[in-house]
Structures are given as structure tokens and as C-alpha cells.
Design a protein around this ligand. Structure first.
Ligand SMILES: NC(=O)c1ccc[n+]([C@@H]2O[C@H](COP(=O)([O-])OP(=O)(O)OC[C@H]3O[C@@H](n4cnc5c(N)ncnc54)[C@H](OP(=O)(O)O)[C@@H]3O)[C@@H](O)[C@H]2O)c1
Length: 252
């Protein structure tokens, strides 16, 4: 058995499905003592815990709500845990058209993707161990201008920026902060957020054969392994960077 995270505690916001769930699975496979996963849907979290087992603690907690983040902190404290690895991963991806975007749409993207990440890290800061690691899930869109994704892209550019600033802000605690930018990854965000139909997902997979050097859309565990690397001692001198995991899409 692998032991990269032996006896460690990890917190994964948005850990009920997709990339976050894959990170939780990988952390447990690497020996984590406990993983805390969050999301808004109790049903999705219950399903995740069934998969992950008793070392997973699921907490219904909306990253856009400070009271919910306080509850997450209290739940961790109540078990006497401190945090070795924090994955601020919860996020939404919704399209918006410049010209018809409402203030509510703007607020939703930024409340979850930007404010949510900021206050997740700020709230859990007192529980982060000296020498611990924070991994922020950004996206390749932070550096691209894809059609009808201006809010999502700008929100992820802010997340990428947080990694730089916090690497500096947290240096006295020896806490490393890095951003992870996945490319196309097959998760429920395609249906739930981007509202892609089954046909559109197949079309995206076909398009990936041409546009992604590796020729396919990633599975969540391929992103999770990179997230775990960034959080682990193997990345002990990696700080403030953006690790792009996109099969080469944005390099050509
Ligand atoms: N899939 C991709 O192609 C891709 C590419 C680049 C970056 N990303 C990023 O990767 C991260 C994970 O996305 P995913 O692809 O794994 O999608 P996903 O399967 O939809 O997972 C999103 C997770 O975040 C949770 N979440 C959403 N809003 C939340 C909130 N307000 N508070 C707490 N939890 C919340 C979801 O649970 P609930 O809905 O129940 O709250 C779910 O657990 C996101 O930040 C996304 O932007 C994804």
C-alpha cells in the first residue's frame, strides 16, 4: 500500500463528485487518516461516503456561506483534527453571454468560485498545520478566452492569482499554496453546469482527438493524481505555481 498521505487529514471542498471525489479516493488510497468532503447536496455526499468508506466525513457546506464554512471548521475541530492538505476545489462552470448576463449570474459565479475559495482558506487557516499544503482548483480557462465563458474564466483567473499571493502571505507558516488547472475532464460539471447534451459531450470528445495532443478528455483520477502530488512532500519546493493538467491542449 502507498503511504504518501500516511496518517494525514485532508479537506476537499466539492468532494462529492468529479475531481474532488477522485482526490478524496486518492488521498485515502495513499494512507490518509481522514478526509473531509463538502458540497451542497446531502444526497451526493451520502453517495460519496458509501464509495469512500468510514474514513470519509461528509459535511453539507456551501462555500459561498460563511456560516457553512464555520460549521466545517467546527466539525473538524470536534474530531480533534488539524489539516495537512486543503483542496479548495468546489466550483461551478456556467456559460454567460456578454450582452444578456444578469447581476445574479455574475454574483453566483464569483460568490462560489472566488469568494468561496477565499473564505474557505481564510476560515480553515487556524487549522492548517505548519508545513501543510493548499491546492486551489483553477482551470485552463484562466488563461484563455473561450466563447461565452467570461465569468467562469475571470473567476478562475482570480483563483490562480490567490495561489501567488497566498504563497507569500503564508510563508511564515511554511504553508505552500499552488493552483491546479485541469483541461477537459469528464465530470458531472459538463451536464450540470455547462448544460452540455449527451451529443455535445460526444462532440467534445471527438474534438479532443484533434485539439488535445494526448487525444482524449481526462478522467477525474488523472487530475486527482496531480493534485495529490502538489499537496505531497514530493512537491516540497513547489510554491505559488499553476500546474496545468490538460493533455497538452494549451501548449500547442
Ligand atoms: N471538469 C472539468 O473539465 C474542469 C476543468 C477545469 C476546472 N474544473 C474545476 O474543477 C473543480 C471540480 O469540478 P468537477 O469538474 O469535478 O465538477 P463537479 O463534478 O460538478 O464537482 C463540483 C463539486 O463542487 C461542489 N460544489 C459546487 N458548488 C458548491 C458550493 N457552493 N459549495 C460547496 N460545494 C460546491 C459540488 O457539489 P454540490 O453541487 O452538491 O454543491 C461538487 O462536489 C471546479 O472548481 C471546476 O471549476 C473542472
Amino acid at each position: 500500500m502507498s503511504t504518501k498521505f500516511s496518517n494525514q487529514v485532508a479537506v476537499i471542498t466539492g468532494g462529492s463528485t468529479g475531481i474532488g471525489l477522485a482526490i478524496a479516493k486518492a488521498a485515502l488510497a495513499e494512507g490518509a487518516k481522514r478526509v473531509y468532503i463538502t458540497g451542497r447536496s446531502a444526497k451526493s455526499l451520502d453517495a460519496a461516503v458509501t464509495t469512500l468508506g468510514t474514513a470519509a466525513v461528509a459535511i453539507v457546506s456551501d462555500v459561498a456561506q460563511q456560516a457553512d464554512l464555520n460549521k466545517l471548521k467546527s466539525e473538524i475541530e470536534s474530531r480533534g483534527d488539524q489539516v495537512d492538505a486543503l483542496f479548495a476545489n468546489a466550483g461551478i462552470a456556467e456559460t454567460n453571454e456578454l450582452g444578456t448576463t444578469s447581476e445574479d449570474e455574475f454574483a453566483k459565479s464569483f460568490d462560489i468560485n472566488v469568494k468561496g475559495v477565499f473564505f474557505t482558506v481564510q476560515t480553515l487557516l487556524p487549522l492548517l498545520k505548519e508545513g501543510s499544503s493548499v491546492v486551489l482548483t483553477a482551470s485552463i480557462v484562466a488563461n484563455k478566452g473561450m466563447p461565452n465563458l467570461s465569468l467562469y474564466s475571470a473567476s478562475k483567473a482570480a483563483v490562480r492569482s490567490f495561489a501567488r499571493s497566498w504563497a507569500n502571505d503564508l510563508k511564515t507558516h511554511k504553508i505552500r499554496v499552488n493552483a491546479l488547472s485541469p483541461g477537459y475532464t469528464r465530470t458531472p460539471i459538463m451536464e450540470n453546469g455547462l448544460k452540455l447534451s449527451a451529443e455535445q459531450i460526444v462532440a467534445l470528445q471527438e474534438q479532443a482527438k484533434e485539439t488535445v495532443p494526448l487525444g482524449y478528455v481526462a478522467q477525474p483520477d488523472e487530475i486527482a493524481s496531480a493534485a495529490l502530488f502538489l499537496a505531497s512532500s514530493e512537491a516540497s519546493y513547489i510554491n505559488g505555481v499553476e500546474l496545468t493538467v490538460d493533455g497538452g491542449l494549451t501548449q500547442i
